[in-house]
Design a protein around this ligand. Structure first.
Ligand SMILES: [Zn+2]
Length: 346
């Protein structure tokens, strides 16, 4: 059907971009070092990353657009996973991982976007005032917008002036390190983006339903990411946080004390499962594909920094099956096996 072609094409675009980025950023061989992965933030079972996402990055030939990496991990069973890892460690991590990355990214944005990068407010490090920060940022944003307007002529805008025609509803975490340019060349009018802490269905159900049932996007994607602060918080004691924040953490169903990345993978699986329940009719009839992924900007799974790793297709989480489904472009009804698209059919 039409849907299948759209999804295949879109995913092709996403992964081509992701692969290119990963290759560019990580010249060092991601020499599948399973143990290293485990010793990092990766869960204990992370040991078998090699098998799946191999060939793609190194074998530079792979012209097939669809060469995503398939996530190497099995989904930890939700109920049995009360196995407490190391609560202390997993707590400490998000906090420490926060500040350097964030303040770096921002600094870069300043220099590249704002030509006149104000020295006036840059007195040293710790003391550049909130006022200065905001002045610089607003200035940079306006300058970037001016450039954007120059780069795009009116026909660019005319294409979507009267209505939007996105091909995917994409749910990501609100984390500032996760942005669509990591996996799409130009998401304008193509990705209906929904963002919240922990990339959840429950806390943005209306927005997601609008994308699926009113914009009729044939793909619904949930993208978790490395060291997610929301997931880390949900795995610990968040009773001291503000009520509205607590409310948005309560719907992340993971065991207390779970390793952060493992919690992220489990949470993505939970979101896919919830979506398949909610949109069962669409999924069954082959109108909607639900995909889960992990955006690995730290290279925790040794497939390159910035890799978008597919971890779930319509409930299927087995790495070998994910690889096969992805290669064949079978993104519909993978879990039930009914009406699987003809292999290789575009
Ligand atoms: Zn997050």
């Amino acid at each position: 059907m039409e849907y299948k072609g759209m999804v295949t094409a879109l995913l092709g675009a996403l992964f081509t971009l992701g692969t290119t980025a990963a290759m560019a950023s990580d010249a060092h061989a991601p020499a599948a070092a399973p143990k290293a992965a485990a010793s990092h933030a990766a869960p204990a079972e992370a040991a078998k990353p090699a098998e799946a996402g191999h060939g793609a990055p190194a074998a530079a030939k792979a012209p097939e657009a669809l060469a995503p990496s398939i996530h190497p991990l099995r989904r930890p069973a939700i109920h049995t996973a009360s196995a407490v890892h190391k609560p202390a460690a997993s707590h400490a991590r998000p906090a420490s991982s926060h500040k350097p990355a964030a303040s770096h990214g921002k600094a870069k944005a300043h220099t590249s976007a704002a030509a006149g990068h104000g020295d006036a407010h840059d007195d040293g490090h710790g003391h550049d005032s909130e006022t200065g920060k905001v002045q610089n940022l607003v200035k940079a944003m306006l300058a970037a917008n001016t450039n954007y307007m120059k780069r795009n002529n009116s026909s660019y805008f005319d294409k979507f002036a009267s209505k939007q025609t996105p091909r995917a509803t994409v749910v990501t975490c609100a984390d500032s390190r996760v942005q669509s340019n990591a996996f799409h060349p130009d998401a304008v009018n193509d990705l209906f983006m929904v963002r919240n802490i922990g990339n959840q269905l429950a806390t943005s159900e209306g927005s997601i339903e609008y994308g699926v049932r009113h914009l009729n996007t044939p793909l619904l994607m949930f993208i978790g990411h490395a060291v997610c602060g929301a997931v880390a918080a949900a795995s610990g004691d968040f009773s001291k946080l503000e009520r509205p924040i607590q409310k948005e953490l309560l719907t992340i169903n993971i065991p207390k004390g779970i390793n952060v990345n493992e919690g992220v993978l489990m949470n993505v699986n939970n979101q896919v499962e919830s979506a398949m329940l909610k949109f069962g009719g669409e999924v069954e009839s082959g109108k909607l594909a639900v995909i889960g992924a992990f955006y690995d900007f730290r290279n925790d799974y040794k497939q390159g920094k910035g890799k978008l790793i597919i971890t779930n297709i319509n409930g299927e989480t087995d790495p070998a099956k994910l690889a096969a489904l992805t290669k064949a472009g079978n993104f519909f009804n993978a879990a039930t096996g009914m009406s699987a698209a003809p292999a290789g059919g575009h």
